[in-house]
Design a protein around this ligand. Structure first.
Ligand SMILES: [Ca+2]
Ligand SMILES: [Ca+2]
Ligand SMILES: [Ca+2]
Length: 364
């Protein structure tokens, strides 16, 4: 119960929203680009140049020195094979592609469908539901309203050798975004720093026209993004910056419906909501996108979740940020935040890349 009491104590504070965007990018733009596991490289500024082979237990046969920054066009998931099978070919590869002529080999993170099952890089050695080859980044900073860990520093790191790359306050460019399949927007408000528990989430720079265009292009080419909100005490102002990124995608947060609160208990059927019946929120903001499909409401009928398919990409707008603090749900019964994250990552991932089964028994 301690977490609940803490939550209540904090309920007078406002949380702003940040977005978690997850982009999907490049591993399938070709092994020939040598992208390999570009996302494991620098966690702050390099945009992922990484040499392959950084993750324990993940053999890499693809390019080993490719740089995420120069890897090319990013999120190209388009099958180029056409050789029958399941159309997942990423171009000629040593291990072939699904369909005639594919020679099955163990799946590795190389942008290829090594085991010929039609899905590229569907490796999950721990059978935890998080693809070991998924390239995830966060934009902005995790909020300070938790005494425990966040979903990226602890939960995700335990399930994917690649972890998440923190892009922080970096300027968004096509080259920076290209290596990623999924991006989550955290505290990206340009209005104020937010501090608690001796931790400060710094305010973000205002997204420029070029950044907005780069982000929109990354999503529509196949990237998957999720935004979060409610980090600051002035949500009406907080939503402005993240809405700059969401607007071209037909999505938004309301600047007047600022009272999302309590348990979200009304869920429509969707891959993102599968198995979900209750998730708590604190001082959230209602998603209010003109093109969004509403999937969940709180007990007061307020909107908590909207999604949209944008071009080849996927967008999730969540009306709160407490789901990013794993201390609030890791040992909590009656809520399904962990399963929610697995659903989110799977739906945001390209349909023919990194799709791994969500194991049973996630809900406690
Ligand atoms: Ca495969
Ligand atoms: Ca592979
Ligand atoms: Ca895993």
């Amino acid at each position: 119960m301690s977490f609940r009491l803490r939550s209540l104590t904090l309920s007078g504070l406002a949380f702003a929203l940040a977005g978690l965007t997850i982009a999907c990018a490049s591993k399938n733009d070709g092994d020939k680009d040598g992208l390999g596991l570009g996302a494991k490289g620098g966690t702050s500024s390099s945009g992922g140049g990484g040499s392959g082979g950084s993750g324990p237990g993940i053999p890499i046969t693809g390019g080993s020195t490719g740089s995420g920054a120069t890897g090319g066009t990013g999120i190209v998931v388009t099958p180029t094979g056409g050789s029958g099978g399941m159309g997942a070919s990423a171009g000629g590869s040593p291990s072939g592609t699904a369909g005639a002529g594919c020679i099955p080999a163990p799946e590795v993170c190389d942008g290829e469908d090594n085991d010929c099952n039609g899905i590229i890089d569907d490796l999950d050695a721990g059978h935890d539901g998080v693809c070991d080859c998924l390239n995830i980044a966060t934009v902005g900073e995790i909020g300070p309203w938790s005494n425990g860990g966040d979903v990226f520093s602890s939960w995700l790191d335990a399930r994917s050798p690649q972890g998440a790359v923190a892009l922080g306050d970096q300027v968004l460019t096509a080259e920076l975004l290209a290596p990623f399949e999924v991006i989550v927007l955290l505290h990206v408000a340009d209005t104020t720093d937010v501090s608690s528990n001796g931790v400060t989430a710094h305010k973000h720079h205002t997204f420029s026209t070029d950044e907005i265009a780069a982000f929109d292009a990354w999503v529509t080419k196949g990237g998957g993004m999720m935004s979060t909100i409610g980090y600051t005490g002035d949500e009406a102002s907080e939503v402005t910056n993240v809405n700059l990124l969401l607007a071209p995608l037909g999505m938004a947060y309301s600047n007047t419906k600022l009272d999302l609160q309590g348990y979200v208990t009304d869920w429509a059927q969707h891959p993102v909501t599968n198995g979900i019946s209750s998730i708590n929120t604190q001082n959230g903001v209602e998603p209010d996108g003109p093109m969004g499909t509403t999937l969940a409401h709180d007990s007061g009928g307020r909107v908590a979740l909207q999604v949209k398919e944008a071009g080849d990409g996927h967008v999730i707008v969540w009306g709160d940020e407490w789901v990013t603090y794993d201390s609030e749900w890791a040992n909590v019964k009656g809520e399904q935040v962990e399963l929610f994250w697995l659903n989110v990552l799977k739906w945001l991932s390209p349909p023919k890349t990194c799709q791994v089964p969500i194991p049973p028994g996630i809900v406690k």
